[in-house]
Write a protein that binds this ligand. Sequence first.
Ligand SMILES: N[C@@H](Cc1c[nH]c[nH+]1)C(=O)O
Length: 396
Amino acid sequence: MSKLFMFEKPLGMRDTLPELYETKKQLRTEIVNEMKQWGYQMVETPTVEYYDTIGASSAILDQQLFKLMDSQGYTLVLRPDMTAPIARLVSSSLKTEAYPIRLGYHSNLFRAQQHEGGRPAEFEQIGVELIGDGTVSADAETIALMIESLKRAGLESFKLAIGHVGFVDALLVDIVGNKERADLLRRFLYEKNYVGFRSHIKGLNLSSIDKKRLEGLLKLRGGQHLFNEAEKLAESEQGQAALRELRELWDVLEQYGLSQYITIDLNLVLHMSYYTGTVFEVYSQELGVPLGSGGRYDELLQQFHRPAQAIGFGVRLDLLAEAIGQTVPPERRQCVIFSRERRNEAIERAQKLRSEGEIVVLQDLAGVDNVDQMSDEYDEIIYVIGKSKRGDSAHE
Ligand SMILES: N[C@@H](Cc1c[nH]c[nH+]1)C(=O)O
């Protein structure tokens, strides 16, 4: 191996050290338990999938996919998303199971990065998919489960912003006239580049009323009162229908007792192009980036020949751990240091302590360079050293 790369990791790849490992495990356990209590069953899917099946449906940019080739020459991808693999699963292995189907997962996802120091290229996502239910009740269930999962994990101050693809699409297309021009504006919204959005509007050949309407879209972020203003802006039936859905959704979330976690963000646009209706994103006070998101994707399943309306969410476990901080107190660790002639005794001692649930490292004195330095890492050191009768060890 070239010396240059010996200590390097591929772009965007990270190691997980013990503290973060334990924290993630604890968060994962809490969230999985919450999901199971809502009747979601956990599944796993392969790390690699066919590019033609999953890569294309995953709605992730091609340049973000890790691609490889199998021995038959087919292109494979490391899964960048769990929604498309679950759509495949529901349409194949679970084909005979009646809708609605409730599934959960925690899986590592892979999205290639262009620069070091940015987002990780591999990260664990925990989420659910509720497939075969197109009701607002299903939207509310998914959002309520996301909020309850985060609460159960220990996240305290956070907000979930809700928007609607149908509203943004209707308004943009209605004003700028066609999908291509609307897509340009949507891109600014997706990047949350509101300055860019405003200056782009200035250059458009539109009436000043329409320019005001577009700018008005940016103001549609806040509480329930926004619905009235939004109704004035959206003239089309599609836009009005989206708002009716959101009003109903708000009422159901109020019924769940969760409206204090909700804000409305009618210019919310997410990175996945498969979303067709309600979309949402979670922010915590601690982080500058959203730690999870989700939405309704009513057209993805038909690509797998088992049409169904569906909705789901995914939470980034690494970001959640960062927002919450260390949740697991360091465990008490003991070390039995022994000399060779008393090895048997030391083994018995360690076995007994472990059977009582203790964490015990068993260390041959001859294998340690610096005993003092090693001792600092433990809460207790038990020396089983030197010649002595069995059971009569030096204990410090
Ligand atoms: N797969 C989406 C999250 C999601 C799950 N279901 C619907 N959306 C993502 O990775 O962002």
